[in-house]
Ligand binder design. Sequence first.
Ligand code: SAM
Length: 490
Amino acid sequence: MDASKPLKRKHCEDHTGSYSSAKLLSGVLLKRKKVEQALVRFRDLFCKLMCQYKEDQLGNLTAKKKARMEAAMVMNRKYQWENTRKRVGHVLGIEVGDHFQCRVELNVIGLHRQYWSGIDFVGTGRKSLATSIVVTERYDNAKISQDSLVYMGQGGNPNVKSNVVVRDQKLIGGNLALKNSMDAKSPVRVVLKVSGSFVYDGLYLVEKMTQARGKFGKLVFMFTLKRILEQPKACVGVGLRDDVMQNDRDLGRFASFFNPNKRHNFNGSAVKKEVVRMNDVSRGKEKFPIRVVTSMDCIQIPSPFEYIVNNIYSERFKHPILHCTNGFECGPSCKCFSSCINNQVSQHGVQFQLEIFMTELKGWGVRTRSFIPSGSVACEYIGEVCRIGSMPDADDYVFDMGCGKGFIDATRCGNIGRFINHSCTPNLYVKDIMYDHNDMSFPHRMFFAVKDIPAGRELSYDYNNTCKGKHGNEMFELTEEVGILELKSY
Ligand SMILES: C[S@@+](CC[C@H](N)C(=O)[O-])C[C@H]1O[C@@H](n2cnc3c(N)ncnc32)[C@H](O)[C@@H]1O
C-alpha cells in the first residue's frame, strides 16, 4: 500500500448491494465520540490552565480567556481538533441542539472556525460561501419568528472592537459570502448564543439581503435567514429563541448528550448509559484514579479546582511530633513501627476506588466502585483550613467544623471529599482525627463507613451532624485489622 496516497473512501455496501445503514451509523457515532472526546480534552486542559493562571494571580476573566485560547492552541499543535476542513452543511458528529460552553469550543470541534468573526466562510470573493454564523447580542440581530432571524452584516461596529472606525459596511468577506449563499441557495449553520452558552440551531437559508441605516448612522447589511424545515428542534429555552421549547416527547426524541438540560429519553425514563468525562480528576495524586462520569446527555465536567491531598493551613501553627499513646493516630514524625495498630489508619489517601458522577438532582456526587467494609476510612475532607470568622459567602464547598472550631474551604483547592452530598440516612460518618499537629481547633475530618457499602452506591453524610453525632458521643476503637475501625457508642 502506498502510504503517501490518501485512502479512497469506499461506499459501504452490504451483501444485498444496498448501503449499509449500520455501517454509516457506526461511522457517525464514531465521529460523535471523537467530537465528544475533543471537548472533554479541551475542558480538561482548560481547567488545568485555569488553576495555573489563578495561581499566577490573574483576574478571573483574563485567566479564563487565556486558558481557553491556550487550551485550543495546545490541542491544535497536537492535531487534536476535529472537522478541520471547512465545509458547508452539517458537521459530522455535531447535532442540532448541542450546547457548547464557549466560542473557542466551536473552533475545536469545527462548527465555526472563527475566533472573533461572526461569519465563517469558504472560498474567496464571488466564489465564497458562508459556512456558519454565530448570532450574538453584539450586533442588533433579531429573531422575527420561530424559524427565521435577521442577521446584521459584519464591520463598522464599535461593540465588537472599541477602536473600530464606525463606517458603512462593505460587501466583502463574510457579508459577500452570505450574499453568495443566498444566490446559490446554500445552507448556513446557525449557532445561537443563549445565556452565556452556544447552541447549534441547525441549517438556515439566506432569503433576503437589504441595506438600512444602523444605530450608528451608517449603512448596514441585514440578512433574513429562514430555518430549513424537517430538522430537529434545538432545545433553546431562553434568549433569542425562547419559543422553541417543545414538549417532553420532542425533547427526548432530539435529546443530545451535549445538552445538559435534557435528562430524559423518548419515553421519559432516565437515560442510563454513562460516559467517562475525565479519567483522573486527581491527576495521579491519589492511589486510584478518580474518574468523572456522566450520563450520555450531559457533557459537563466539574468547575475548575485544584486537586490537593493535604490540607492547606491559612495560618502558621506548630506541628509537634505526636505519639499514638495519647489516643491520637500516629503522625508522620511518630517513632512507632509500621506494625503499630494505630499507624496511619486514615493517612493513606483514598483507599477505595471512588468516582465522581452527575446525580439526577444534587449536582455532582461520589460513589464507590468497590465494596467498602463498615468502619473503613473512605476519605478525608481536604481543603484550605481557616479559623472561624472569615467564612466565605459562597459556601457550597465549605465544611464548617462546628463547635467553635474552624472550617475547611474546598472551593479552590480540595479533594474528592468536596463532592460528597448530604443525606439524612447517610452511609458515612464524620470523625475528627489528629495526626500531624495537636491544635484541636483544626482536626482532620475523616469519613468512615457507618455500614458495609456495596459497590455502585453513592456516598453521603449528614451535613447537620458534624459537631456531635446523632449517634451520641462516638469513639472509635481500633480492631486487630489495620485500616478498619469499629464504631462504638459510649
Ligand atoms: C459539598 S457540595 C457537594 C457536591 C455538589 N453536589 C457538587 O455538585 O459539586 C454541597 C452542595 O451540593 C448540593 N447538595 C448536597 N447534598 C444535596 C442533597 N441531598 N440534595 C440536593 N443538593 C445537595 C448543595 O448544592 C450543596 O450546597
